[in-house]
Design a protein around this ligand. Structure first.
Ligand SMILES: NC(=O)c1ccc[n+]([C@@H]2O[C@H](COP(=O)([O-])OP(=O)(O)OC[C@H]3O[C@@H](n4cnc5c(N)ncnc54)[C@H](O)[C@@H]3O)[C@@H](O)[C@H]2O)c1
Length: 401
């Protein structure tokens, strides 16, 4: 039987609630024992709702609570560094929500603080932990899709729910830092965390909302082996929260839809309003609810991995180093969106492979020529496209299949 953990929860907002719901859900024995908010009333109400014995408006007091074993950071982006540094000082294991920092410099300081304190650190990137993702990543790792060429990850909705997200300074940016961080980590999970991200090309614009940060962006992250990670993010998308991934490999393809189409469709006249799913925009007509939102977003397996890793003295699947890499890629994206050029990913700390060769699946041959493609025609015959090895000329040949 595993050891139950006592937890300090920093933040009583949207994610603090989802995390606590997960931690106190099912028959889990881990418990939040102290909760911090800057708003005393909100902290007290949260503690009452979730049967948490103590609440405080003093962040250091919550972190240093002698009864708590681990600190979970669910605070606005501009408070992540302060909280992580306090946890490092208290020598308490710390789990931080995404993004790790507002930029790479912040993330690096946080990484260095937890590592020099020698404390367990986890990066709470839930979207690489949901069941479909875990199975897909396993398939990719076992070679089912061959070499991964291109990963496309999309997160779009109508915009975040709290004021600080819309303040460039407090959030560290707009849709890229808020949503792109998820997509980038999804791309890394499929392409391989060992493969170095080398450069990015990014478009960003403010198309809809009266805000100084970008509310739309598309970015390409080129990895050393030639694979491309593509993210698409929007705070102006109408119709719910669209979370989709596509993975293309030399031997196969995966399409994932995590939220807006999970196989659950419901019609209602809308006479009685009811919660449908995160960022759902309508409460009537045909709706697309989500069966178990926590599971669909990966929170329970994420905390299980974190606590199992603590028990077993190993690193979790996602730690502060991963958060740092994501921040470095995002910094390059912001630069590229300004310069309109490919910009290098400047990783001062790189722990992956020194070099990864370019993807080059072994070519097939037919009668001494390179086989480019084979396709069956409606007649039943097979057309082969062949390339001469010396001249590079392409030709076609029909064979009985
Ligand atoms: N899927 C995910 O992993 C996910 C989803 C949503 C949010 N997040 C992340 O969680 C963090 C918090 O986001 P949220 O949506 O819970 O925000 P929120 O505004 O709903 O809640 C933030 C909470 O932080 C506390 N707080 C302390 N000082 C504060 C201050 N000066 N201003 C505002 N709040 C203060 C309060 O308790 C507040 O309720 C962010 O880093 C965000 O990116 C992650």
């Amino acid at each position: 039987m595993h050891k139950p953990y006592n937890i300090t929860m920093l933040g009583t907002g949207f994610i603090g609630m989802f995390y606590t719901m997960t931690l106190h859900g099912q028959r889990r024995r881990d418990r939040v024992v102290n909760v911090y908010s800057n708003d005393a009333e909100e902290a007290r109400a949260f503690a009452k709702d979730w049967n948490i014995p103590r609440s405080t408006t003093d962040m250091a007091e919550a972190i240093n609570d002698p009864e708590s074993d681990v600190v979970v950071i669910g605070l606005p982006n501009f408070l992540h560094e302060e909280a992580a540094l306090l946890a490092a000082e208290a020598k308490k294991p710390v789990l931080c929500t995404k993004p790790l920092g507002r930029n790479a410099a912040e993330a690096k300081r946080m990484l260095e603080a937890v590592e020099s304190a020698g404390i367990f650190n986890g990066y709470l990137e839930d979207l690489v932990y949901d069941a479909k993702m875990l199975k897909s990543v396993d398939s990719v790792k076992s070679g089912t899709l061959g070499d991964i060429l291109w990963v496309r990850a999309r997160e779009t909705h109508s915009g975040p729910h709290a004021a600080w997200f819309w303040d460039n300074e407090k959030a560290g940016g707009g849709a890229i830092i808020d949503l792109g961080c998820h997509c980038i980590e999804i791309c890394r999970a499929f392409i391989g965390k060992d493969v170095r991200p080398v450069e990015v090309m990014c478009w960003a614009d403010t198309l809809v909302h009266p805000t100084t940060a970008e509310d739309h962006s598309i970015g390409l992250v080129r990895f050393e082996n030639g694979a491309i990670g593509q993210f698409e993010v929007s705070w102006g998308f109408r119709g719910g929260m669209d979370l989709r991934d596509e993975v293309s490999g030399t031997e196969g393809t995966i399409w994932l839809n995590h939220f807006l189409r999970t196989g659950f469709e419901m019609y209602t006249s809308g006479e009685r309003g009811a919660y449908v799913a995160e960022k759902a925009e309508s409460e009537s007509g045909w709706l697309f609810p989500v069966g178990d939102e926590l599971e669909e977003l990966g929170y329970p397996p994420m905390f299980t991995d974190m606590f199992d890793a603590m028990d077993e003295g190993r690193k979790p699947t996602e730690d502060f180093y991963d958060g740092y890499v994501v921040n470095v890629i995002i910094d390059a994206c912001y630069k590229s969106a300004k310069t309109k050029q490919w910009e290098p990913v400047e990783l001062e700390i790189w722990r992956g492979a020194e070099t990864t060769p370019k993807i080059s699946p072994p070519p097939s041959e037919y009668e001494g020529k390179l086989l480019v493609k084979r396709e069956r025609l409606p007649s039943g015959k097979v057309r082969l496209i062949l390339q001469d090895k010396e001249t590079g000329e392409a030709e076609q040949k029909f064979i009985e299949g």
